[in-house]
Design a binder for this molecule. Structure first.
Ligand code: ZN
Length: 577
């Protein structure tokens, strides 16, 4: 797998998903903003905030974007070191911001050193500025300068400050920019104030010998390992902000959401953020416990409570004392168990099965369901009074398809975890693999993504996950999306995503095996291939018959054949050659 980004790679990073209303540039969601709207926005910033604050704001927007691009490059094309300064100019061109022409550059990646001069042609910001403000005495390519500064500072690991010494907004034909380490510029207070890094400058002046430190937010990894709920999407934020509000209280919480949306993890985070975090977190999946055991599991058993109960045993309610009790799939409780549950919630005490007295319980209840309890109430399958007891503070976890913006962060999170678990060093995904994941519907939600990633990390050879590694049995990541081809034309990439549904591992094995067969045919006696073919069929039929315990009809069904077809082949197999 090449780890150097070509022009085609950079182009292929852009994906259009019109059905989904999203455009992606590799890991980040983009939008198209026409230049007239941009000019209006920029002008109103200047009029409302004033020239300097507007300049600072746009410089910082550009800076952050440059930092993100550089971090993406470092992550996805680690070997691309010498090309990195060039690729930044490519991003600029691709984003429609400017045409960048290097005049001379001195880039020493190993030393983290950069010094260079560029020409910028037809920058979008000058167009906007000249249209609304005419020509003036100050340069106007603020966002572009911020981008170049953020990008090269991240690449070099030291602050590389860019200045525009000629600008179209000052009447020049092209814009000319110089970039060099902050220390080489002399006084950079002005530049730093636009970058919002004035504090760093103040520190530097106090200790002049100290090198200019990199701004912390420029070095921070986009996702912090160890954080529990991964994602920044608006849909997830809504849920986590509710969690933050309710966690410190004693309120009963009902977490709703489809299977695989991470309800238990959410409950654990709630517990960890609560005042009971020092107490136990006890989880029980109501659907996983047999009907006849659920009451003793929940409420405990008294000695002699039923046959075989030789000892007193505390139930989950009692074990969660001082902590949190997480009741998953609460909608599956029987009516009898629901009645007892209601009593426990009302009285705050449990009666062990077979006991005569009650025990006080002090557990905070977090219940979860993937079915609508309201509908279950309407159908008469769930007690209305219990529903209202549980529905004190409902929080809905969105399905993954409604928080696609989180998919890249989740991918990184799972990649790290499974790399550590399986001793692998997978660092990235191919463009088509990433695009397929960004467009997939994920009926199984985060759990499905987690499983896909674990499989892919195991199957990946080298450091890169490709599309075939993501295909799980019977599933294709079917989706339609559009991307740029090498000539910059937008093409549909539906076909690329529709790879065979065969498990990738099997495909690899088959290929290796086919090599051996061809070898054998080439060097073996005549009729070798027919012989091998028969043996393969025979082996498959034998396994199917073993699994069906000799039942021919069942074995035929297993193989997707008609019974008589299998019988015919079995007879042919037994016939002497
Ligand atoms: Zn300019």
């Amino acid at each position: 797998m090449p780890t150097t980004a070509t022009d085609a790679d950079v182009l292929a990073m852009v994906t259009f998903s019109p059905e989904d209303g999203r455009i992606w540039f590799n890991h980040r969601r983009m939008m198209m903003l026409d230049t007239v709207s941009f000019a209006t926005l920029r002008d109103s910033l200047i009029r409302n905030l004033g020239m300097r604050p507007a300049r600072a704001l746009l410089t910082q927007v550009g800076y952050q974007s440059g930092v993100s691009d550089a971090e993406m490059l470092r992550r996805d094309w680690p070997d691309d070191y010498r090309e990195r300064s060039r690729i930044g100019t490519r991003f600029h061109g691709l984003a429609g911001i400017a045409k960048v022409e290097p005049v001379k550059t001195d880039f020493r990646p190993d030393e983290g050193y950069f010094r260079g001069e560029f020409l910028w042609r037809h920058t979008v910001e000058d167009d906007a500025h000249i249209k609304t403000h005419g020509l003036g005495t100050d340069p106007a390519c603020w966002m572009e300068l911020g981008y170049a500064t953020g990008y090269l500072s991240t690449i070099c690991g030291q602050l590389i400050v860019f200045r525009e010494i000629e600008c179209r907004s000052m009447g020049s034909e092209v814009c000319r920019v110089l970039g060099r380490p902050a220390g080489e510029w002399g006084d950079v207070a002005e530049d730093l104030s636009y970058l919002g890094l004035a504090d760093i400058n103040a520190r530097r002046r106090r200790s002049p010998e100290a090198a200019v430190a990199m701004p912390q937010h420029a070095l921070a990894s986009p996702d912090t390992p160890g954080r529990d709920v991964v994602g920044e999407s608006a849909a997830l934020k809504a849920a986590t902000s509710l969690l933050g509000r309710v966690a410190p209280t004693r309120a009963t919480v009902l977490v709703t959401g489809e299977s695989g949306t991470g309800k238990e993890l959410f409950a654990r985070v709630l517990h960890a953020q609560s005042k009971r975090s020092g107490g136990p977190f006890i989880a029980i999946n109501c659907a996983a416990i047999p009907e006849n055991l659920i009451e003793s599991e929940l409420f405990g058993v008294a000695r002699g409570g039923f046959t075989g109960a030789v000892q007193n045993r505390a139930g989950r309610f009692e074990r969660a004392a001082g902590g949190t009790l997480f009741l998953d799939e609460i909608g599956t409780l029987s009516m009898a168990a629901q009645a007892k549950m209601l009593r426990v919630l009302q009285e705050q005490e449990v009666e062990r099965v077979g006991a005569t007295g009650t025990v006080k319980v002090d557990a905070r209840i977090v219940a979860a369901t993937n079915v609508s309890l309201r509908e279950a109430v309407a159908r008469g399958e769930f007690r209305e009074d219990l529903f209202y007891r549980l529905n004190v503070f409902p929080i809905h976890l969105p399905p993954l398809r409604e928080r696609r913006d989180d998919i890249p962060a989740l991918i990184t999170h799972f990649m790290r975890r499974f790399n550590a678990l399986h001793d692998k060093s997978v660092g990235r995904l191919t463009g088509r693999a990433m695009q397929a994941l960004l467009n997939y519907r994920f009926p199984g939600n985060i759990r499905e993504l987690e499983n896909l990633m674990e499989r892919a990390v195991i199957l990946a050879d080298g450091d890169c996950i490709d599309l075939p590694h993501l295909i799980s049995d019977g599933h294709t990541l079917d989706s339609s999306f559009y991307r740029f081809d090498a000539s910059g034309m937008l093409v549909s990439d539906t076909e690329a995503a529709r790879v065979s549904a065969r498990p990738a591992g099997m495909e690899v094995q088959l290929e290796a095996w086919a090599e051996q067969v061809v070898d054998a045919c080439q060097h073996g006696p005549k009729g070798q291939f027919a012989d091998i073919e028969e043996k393969v069929l025979g082996a498959v039929m034998t396994v199917a018959l073993e699994r069906s315990k000799g039942n021919i009809a069942a074995a035929a069904r297993m193989l997707g054949m008609k019974r008589h077809q299998l019988e015919y082949r079995l007879k042919a197999k037994d016939r002497p050659a």
